[in-house]
Design a protein around this ligand. Structure first.
Ligand code: CU
Length: 117
């Protein structure tokens, strides 16, 4: 009987410590990108989906702001901005990786913003 009580106490402690750690490291950041269209949204969200520690990302095409949910124990805002740059887009003050930018569709290049529909 004592064993059962003890193990359930241990289980409760483990459960609470795990949930507390999760709550502490689950973070959210909003990053302004140079995205233009829905295709950009797909590219950026896809790039972030393969980024370690990123749990969710959602880009709002109208505001160009991508909201990223991530695990702060695994990644950080700098790494997330770098991932966006490596996808070919500016991320806050981090400029787009030139090589990745060149590979973008013409309609997705910021220099063409407003020229095409
Ligand atoms: Cu685009």
């Amino acid at each position: 009987m004592k064993k059962i009580a003890l193990s359930s106490i241990v289980a409760i402690i483990v459960f609470f410590s795990v949930t507390t750690v999760k709550a502490q490291t689950a973070s959210e950041i909003k990053i302004t990108t140079s995205s233009i269209c829905k295709s950009c949204k797909k590219t950026i969200e896809k790039a972030l989906s393969t980024e370690k520690g990123v749990t969710k990302s959602s880009l709002d095409v109208a505001t160009k702001v991508v909201t990223v949910n991530y695990d702060a124990a695994v990644t950080n805002p700098d790494k997330i901005r770098l991932a966006i740059s490596n996808a070919g887009y500016d991320a806050d003050a981090v400029k787009a990786n030139p090589k990745a930018y060149k590979k973008l569709d013409d309609c997705c290049k910021k220099e063409n913003a407003g020229k095409m529909e």
